[in-house]
Design a protein around this ligand. Structure first.
Ligand code: 5CA
Length: 431
């Protein structure tokens, strides 16, 4: 992409409405635009990050055996009356009606809809287990939307749902998702802490939240020191094997949300910290299948209620959480796996034909994941903007080094510059 024609409306000043650094930087770097309280448009640069996050989420869900579908955002209220949540959900639920005065709602989550789909399509235990997921916009009319995309009203979620014949098999599906979540967040460069939590309006008695530790985190947690210091490495996992031993690495050490705080279990090793909830998994047994009469025939020919779980990842929230975790005074410092572009090219002298020719060549040869700052701007502005938007690498092409066929490579994270030949650059970054 050429920056001279790219739509990237950056701001010089800090927007006063933004209270935390990720919200400030998302507005300043032109990632999002607020259209209403808690509702954002994703501008091109922000959308690229969102898509990279989606790709990782999708790959890890598929790897764990989950299958993608896509359910609508608008749901019939009747479904929610079946489960009883139409009354329970309260004002967070955006209730609407169509031209026939039929009661509808903008989905805040999809347990009811997926249960109905499954109930009407699957009749036998032979078709189990199944995990289905989608990545879809949700709406929750939050009382206090704040911190930009961190607590929005409209937000993007990956929500998955498992269907099993009995609780043992359901626990296996739950374990698969637990491990898939650890792999997903690790690939984004994040350290996620699985934290025992309340299940709230989703229901059930087994639920873990996945938290990124951050000073500005909305949630208070009590976490064992070892978990904070641990460094979980991504690894290949055989999803058909017993995954419990991986999960035990985490759940054997105490990490709880404030609601689960129990003074009698606290020791000196347990530390009070703040976290951002980026994922939440639930095993709620037959709560929805019972209420909605979702049954299959078991191996003995008798009808059994489906055992279910649900698994959420805050896809749009992750953009904010990542920035909370990765920034410095100059701006965002994206990990490579989720950076909007992997590489920037800065032309220090646009009217120097040699500099421009080298930039053009690098830009044409290095693939799609490159942002070329070909603007007629001062060098200072170009360098500042590149730091603000936080691309992991930038190639700086200036008249002095170019005479020796060399350019500078800047590492955004360390701030280090390295002079390299054009050939070496090509070798390193060609895709
Ligand atoms: N149906 C279940 C899981 S599929 C569910 O809705 N779980 S949830 O309520 O915990 O939401 C899942 C994830 O969505 C949360 O962990 C959080 O990361 C994200 N999320 C929830 N509310 C918001 C919000 N208002 N703004 C941004 N992200 C949110």
């Amino acid at each position: 992409m050429r920056l001279s024609s790219y739509f990237m409306p950056t701001l010089k000043e800090n927007p006063i409405e933004a209270q935390i650094v990720s919200h400030r930087l998302m507005l300043r770097a032109g990632l999002i635009y607020q259209t209403a309280s808690g509702i954002y448009a994703w501008l091109p640069l922000g959308l690229r990050v969102l898509k990279k996050i989606i790709k990782i989420v999708r790959e890890e869900q598929n790897r764990a055996g989950a299958q993608e579908l896509l359910m609508p955002t608008i749901q019939l209220a009747d479904l929610w009356k079946e489960s009883g949540r139409y009354n329970d959900y309260g004002k967070e639920l955006l209730r609407i009606s169509d031209r026939h005065n039929r009661e509808m709602l903008f989905g805040p989550t999809n347990e009811e809809m997926i249960t109905a789909i499954f109930r009407d399509s699957v009749k036998s235990f032979r078709e189990l287990p199944k995990i289905l997921y989608h990545i879809q916009w949700k709406f929750r009319d939050e009382l206090r939307p704040r911190f930009g995309v961190m607590r929005g009203r409209e937000f993007l979620m990956k929500d998955g749902y498992s269907f099993d014949i009995d609780s043992l098999s359901s626990k296996r599906s739950y374990n698969r998702m637990f491990v898939a979540y650890m792999k997903t967040f690790t690939r984004m460069g994040l350290k996620a802490i699985p934290t025992r939590a309340d299940s709230g309006p989703i229901g059930g008695d087994l639920s873990y939240e996945f938290h990124i530790l951050a000073e500005n985190g909305d949630d208070t947690l009590f976490v064992h020191r070892d978990l904070i210091e641990s460094n979980w490495k991504n690894r290949d996992v055989d999803y058909d094997s017993d995954l419990q031993f991986i999960i035990d690495e985490f759940v054997n050490k105490c990490a709880v949300t404030e609601e689960k705080y129990d003074l009698t279990k606290m020791t000196n090793d347990i530390i009070k910290v703040h976290g951002i909830e980026v994922g939440h998994i639930f095993n709620f047994g037959t709560k929805y299948s019972k209420a909605m009469n979702a049954k299959v025939t078991g191996s003995n020919g008798k009808l059994v209620e489906l055992e279910m779980g649900s698994y959420g990842i805050g896809v749009s929230r992750l953009v904010g959480a990542l920035i909370e975790a990765f920034h410095d005074d100059a701006g965002i410092v994206w990990p490579e796996s989720v950076a909007p572009f992997r590489l920037g090219i800065i032309n220090l002298k646009k009217n120097d034909s040699c500099c421009s020719a080298v930039c053009e060549k690098l830009y044409n040869d290095l693939g799609d994941d490159v942002l070329y700052d070909d603007r007629d701007e001062r060098v200072g502005v170009k360098l500042t903007d590149m730091d603000l938007i936080g691309l992991p690498w930038s190639i700086i092409v200036g008249p002095r080094s170019i005479v020796n066929d060399r350019v500078e490579l800047k590492n955004r994270k360390t701030g280090e510059y390295q002079e390299l030949s054009i050939e070496a650059i090509m070798k390193r970054f060609a895709t």
